[in-house]
Each structure stands twice: as C-alpha cells, then as structure tokens.
Design a protein around this ligand. Sequence first.
Ligand code: SF4
Length: 235
Amino acid sequence: MTTSGARTRVTGSAADFIPPKPTLPRLREAAAGCRGCHLWEHATQTVFGEGPRNAEVMLVGEQPGDQEDLQGHPFVGPSGRLLDEGLVAAGIDRRRVYVTNAVKHFKFVRVELTRRRLHKKPSAGEVRACHPWLEEEIRLVHPRVIVALGATAAQALLGPRFRVTEQRGKVVRSEWAEAVVATVHPSAVLRAPPEAREEARREFFADLGRVARLLGKSIARTERAEMTERAERIN
Ligand code: SF4
C-alpha cells in the first residue's frame, strides 16, 4: 500500500526507513520519522526500544501505552512499574535489559466525554509493517533470551498460531534467540478482576523467575565454555 500526500508517504513497511549500516542510535533516529503505517498520525512520537547494546535479555511488549507515548520511553506507565517490580522480584537488573515493543506507535481510541485515550490492539498488518524495527533491534542486541509479553509480541515472533495461554513460561527454540519465553503482558495483570489480580501477579512474577533461572543457566554454560577455551589456549 502506498499513499501519497502533500507532506507524507505511508509505504506499508518500516523496511523503507531502515538506514544503511544500522546501529541502535541510527535506528532510533530513523524510526522517529517512520511512516511505514498510519499509526504515526495520531500518536505523539515513536517509542523505540531502550537498553544496553549487549543486553542478555530483551523484553518485547505489544505497543507503547498512553504514558509511554507522552514520555517517549517504553514501559514507563503502570505496566512498566509492575514489570519493574517483577524484574526486581526475579533478581533481573532492568539496567541490563533491553525493552521494546512489537509496534512502535501508540494505537488508541479516544473516549469522547473524558478525552481519555484507550489502548486499541494493533492489526496484524500494523505489526507486520513495524516488524523490521524489531528484527533490527534483535539482530544488533543479539539477546540470549527474549521474553514476549502478551499475544501480540508472541505471535510477532513465533507465528500467528502461537497461544500464550497454552505455552506461557515454556522455553521455545527459535531463530531469534537461544530461548524465547512468552508470558502475559503486565497490563493483563492490571486488568484482571480484583479477586484474581493477586494470583495473576504471582504467575507473572513466576514466569520472570523462570527467565532469571534460564539466564543463570545460560550464563553458567557460557562461563564454562570460556574457561574451556582459556584452558585449551594455555595447553
Ligand atoms: S507503528 Fe511502526 S511501522 Fe507504523 S509508523 Fe510507527 S514505527 Fe512505522
């Protein structure tokens, strides 16, 4: 799909905006002007991923929320605070985690009376259009473990037939990383009915705990490999 206008050209894919010789800073700069789909039109800004270039774990959500859209950073709203709590409980240092979303612009509907902006699920076409940014982030960060938060992120990475309800917390081998683990999006925990919220929170934290153990194993394996390599060099 190509739409020409006086000021913009929506191309149908973020691929048209990937800069040559991409680095994370170059990608972030280019993504700020992305017109790969229509979602940029009503959002405040592109919310690109953040975190260290060599992060061992990458968390992928669905799309920025209201606060993320306003502040320009991923996972800084209520969902982000719950995610932070879960990472602390699991012993994962967020400063060593790369956080991003499958879709980089906030999609919403506005409630006429209150003017509040309510999250609207991105379409499969919008997720597809935005996928090149995520692919580049994964290629450059090269995380050992990717955690898909919610169905949109999980299906963007593992295909449309993937069901978080059936596979949550399980290690999935994929082309993207040594391990991909899917769990719910923290906003689903926040939206759970009050009587079920504590249980949902516990299960979400337990999934992050599994990720922490996985990272521990993965790190241990690498350390062993490096020790073997050093020993071979000495001998
Ligand atoms: S949602 Fe993604 S593809 Fe669409 S305009 Fe924003 S950055 Fe580009």
